[in-house]
Write a protein that binds this ligand. Structure first.
Ligand SMILES: *Cc1c(COP(=O)(O)O)cnc(C)c1O
Length: 390
């Protein structure tokens, strides 16, 4: 690999064999998405109109009433919860994160607590737990709802787990009491018809992260009820200078290029041949498996690395390279050597195994990884200088 902009800027280029991670930059934009970004860069657009138009297009694709691009799912949580607190009242939008005088409790079932729920609190809202670690009941949820309840928050990937009330029932209980339900479905994008299902079963707002569907790392969107999406539109970054209120959402600013990239990436995601995508993964994994065949000290097995970071048999998207006693190096030592080079090869290290995830590997990365691994495994003592951590 020739030298890259990253070398020029004083950092390493990374071969990403870990998958989609914010710290590694999310996804790579496809040629079609990149061409749309270049097109957007060539001229200006009215961002208020662009956000309305792209929102309408996203909503139509999902079968939702309305939608709006946001700078990621975390931002969508904040803006969407803020919208549940303020509605379209500009004075309230300006007052946040001081929530005096507005409903500011967001209910979450205790087993649903997860790392992104803190975004709720950044609006000034309070997260109120329902139930305990063993779960929560319909009665507990109903009792927790009162005049101060702004929303019920549900992380879709935890829906129904751990003795919790499932989304359709949560929605029924909340709606009976006039309270909206916000769903974080950041990565619940495959099968693709899943994306439109959350509003169907009762989410008033649902958010997705574009990093998981080939869009920009700093992109995402919120979809759902028109009045709430209108409130998000009132509270997000536009009109800070031109509107009547110095609204809360100004830091959640978007480039026109990002708005376009989110929209085109979603369109591509919804129309792509996903079977071909999985066949592509399996092919790269097979190239690596064959390339490492016969190397002493390792066993290589094609597997599926899940979004929850566990291993399942299929559909194949990774090669698990288990390092055994016949190897001179431990898995951790091999991992350190892969990281030390430029480009650095980043894989998952799990006990005595390396997990090489091909989902966002570029074509040809599989050959580079095989070459580098064969090098490391066949001449392990050549480079015992301490590996530089990345
Ligand atoms: C990545 C992620 C988010 C945050 O999305 P960003 O677009 O990176 O802000 C929220 N929830 C879940 C479950 C995620 O995986």
């Amino acid at each position: 690999m020739g030298s890259t902009i990253y070398d020029a800027l004083g950092t390493k280029t990374v071969i990403n064999a870990k998958g989609i991670y914010t710290d590694l930059g999310g996804s790579i934009l496809s040629p079609r998405v990149w061409a749309a970004v270049e097109d957007a860069n060539r001229s200006f657009a009215d961002l208020v109109a662009l956000l309305d138009a792209t929102g309408a297009s996203i909503a139509e694709q999902l079968g939702a009433e309305a939608a709006r691009v946001t700078p990621g799912a975390s931002a969508a949580i904040m803006l969407g919860i803020a919208a549940c607190m303020t509605g379209t009242d500009g004075t309230r939008m300006e007052q946040l994160p001081d929530s005096t005088g507005m409903p500011d409790e967001v209910l979450i079932q205790k087993p649903h607590r997860y790392k992104y729920d803190r975004m709720v609190r950044m609006t000034g809202a309070r997260l109120v737990e329902v139930g305990d670690a063993a779960g929560s009941s319909e009665a507990q949820l109903a009792d927790a709802i009162g005049p101060n309840t702004a929303a019920v928050f549900v992380p879709a990937h935890l829906d129904g787990r751990g003795g919790t009330v499932s989304l359709p029932t949560v929605a029924a209980i909340a709606h009976e009491r006039g309270v909206p339900v916000f769903v974080d479905a950041a990565y619940m994008n495959y099968p693709t018809n899943l994306m439109g299902s959350f509003t169907t079963v009762g989410a008033d707002l649902v958010c997705f992260s574009a990093k998981y569907f080939g869009g920009p790392n700093a992109g995402g969107f919120v979809a759902g009820r028109r009045d709430l999406v209108d409130a998000v539109a009132g509270i997000d970054f536009t009109r800070f200078e031109s509107g009547d209120h110095l609204i809360f959402g100004r830091p959640f600013k978007l480039d026109r290029q990002t708005v376009v990239a989110v929209t085109v990436a979603l369109d591509e995601w919804l129309s792509m041949d996903h079977d071909a995508r999985f066949r592509g993964y399996a092919r790269k994994v097979e190239v690596m498996r064959l390339g490492l065949d016969g190397m002493r000290g390792i066993t290589a097995t094609p597997m599926h690395f899940t979004m929850e970071e566990s291993l399942e048999p299929s559909p194949v998207n990774c090669l698990v390279v288990r390092v055994d006693g016949a190897s001179e190096l431990t898995a951790a030592e091999i991992d350190a050597r892969l990281r030390a080079d430029n480009p650095a090869i980043l894989v998952h290290l799990r006990d005595d195994a390396l997990i090489i995830d091909v989902e966002v590997m570029r074509d040809g990365d599989e050959d580079l990884i095989v070459d580098r691994l064969r090098d490391v495994l066949s001449a392990p003592r050549r480079e015992l200088a301490p590996a530089v951590a990345l």
